[in-house]
Design a binder for this molecule. Structure first.
Ligand SMILES: *Cc1c(COP(=O)(O)O)cnc(C)c1O
Length: 358
């Protein structure tokens, strides 16, 4: 087994794996399961500092993003797509797919979105139903300041769809304080459960928009409204993946029982950045570093494949390259969730020193 130091999936603790192997009942017929599901959703809301309802959907992170867009987009809706990374840009596809008209707000991919410049832009242009915001754009390791961006958008009545799949629980997320309408996460990143589940928190404003639609939501699986009365009716729109949810619950309990988890992420991330710079490597984003993933440029004289395969074959460590416009150019170290621990990060840094001869 390789030591997984990728920006998702991440390492999974034994108690999460054990929880997934427990006996389960038919989740469609067992009222206790409905209670368990709801309690798990409430725990997620609590950890994300929101009174908004959380739903757990049976699909990995991408399903949450698509469901958020599908549920609030109607044909002709204008949507602002904040684009300073690959996930940022690709939100336009979900918007378009459900009939919306995306307007890209594109800025350099090596810097975070500057809330002051965005404020200037919004003074002129703010006729948008909602905006899409990526918290940590994982292929480049770019962190956007959602604590400033989301309240700013909301001050113009623009709802926000936030992809915090690779940031939540490694970076602070206070959904109510930031006034986030739809906040998306995935089980396989800092939550540190295996891939397979997505969570979405939904504000009252987002629910109002869904309820006031003139056209039906053009999806079933990516439709948040189909969960509307699940608790009162004890009826899920489709059979819930009970074992996955047992694992998720344990992973969320682990986070709750580790009140220092954000500090731990900050500490290992800082150490990773400092050490890489001491080795003469260049970090990719020039500001806006995420505490969940560190990205550096492939140094001259090496290829990404060579570094990654040596890490794998000689040190048994799995790191990630990147893709799209960053393909071949960047290496990514994931230090999120269970992987955000000093011992493993030290091992990664030592191996890199040896491979790069520094
Ligand atoms: C991982 C991730 C997702 C989910 O996509 P996967 O197909 O699971 O990789 C969505 N958004 C971001 C920013 C991610 O890092």
């Amino acid at each position: 087994m390789y030591k997984m130091m990728t920006p998702g999936p991440t390492q999974v603790r034994e108690n999460v794996r054990m929880a997934r192997s427990l006996e389960f009942q038919n989740p469609d017929l067992d009222a206790d399961f409905c209670e368990y599901y709801k309690e798990t959703c409430l725990l997620a809301s609590e950890l994300l500092h929101t009174k908004n309802e959380t739903l757990i959907l049976d699909g990995e992170g991408i399903l949450g993003l698509e469901a958020a867009c599908a549920s609030i987009t109607e044909p002709g809706d204008r949507v602002l797509v904040l684009d300073n990374g690959l996930y940022g840009e690709s939100f336009k596809d979900f918007v378009t797919m459900y009939g919306g008209i995306p307007t890209l707000y594109t800025v350099d991919y090596d810097k975070p979105v500057d809330p002051e410049k965005l404020a200037e832009y919004l003074k002129e242009q703010h006729d948008f139903k909602y905006a899409t915001v990526v918290h940590c754009d994982t292929p480049s390791g770019m962190l956007n300041d959602i604590s400033k961006i989301c309240p700013l958008l909301k001050s113009y009545g623009i709802l926000t769809v936030v992809d915090s799949v690779s940031a939540m629980f490694g970076e602070e997320v206070r959904a109510d304080d930031y006034r986030i309408d739809l906040l998306c996460g995935g089980s396989q990143k800092a939550i540190s459960a295996p891939p397979g589940l997505t969570i979405v928190t939904i504000s009252q404003d987002a629910k109002d928009v869904m309820n006031q639609r003139k056209t039906p939501i053009a999806s079933f699986y990516a439709n948040l409204k189909v969960f509307e009365h699940y608790y009162e009716e004890k009826w899920f729109p489709y059979t819930m993946p009970a074992s996955d949810i047992y694992g998720l619950r344990q992973a969320l309990e682990n986070i709750k029982n580790d009140p220092e988890h954000l500090k731990r992420h900050a500490k290992v991330a800082e150490k990773t950045r400092t050490t890489l710079k001491e080795m003469g490597l260049t970090l990719y984003p020039h500001s806006g570093y995420s505490n969940t993933v560190t990205t550096f440029e492939v140094p001259e004289g090496f290829t990404d494949k060579e570094i990654l395969s040596k890490m794998r074959n000689d040190y048994n460590i799995l790191l990630a390259g990147s893709f799209g416009c960053f393909g071949g150019k960047l290496i990514r170290i994931g230090h999120m969730g269970e992987s955000a621990n000093e011992k493993d990060v030290d091992e990664v840094l030592q191996a890199l020193k040896e491979i790069l001869g520094k």
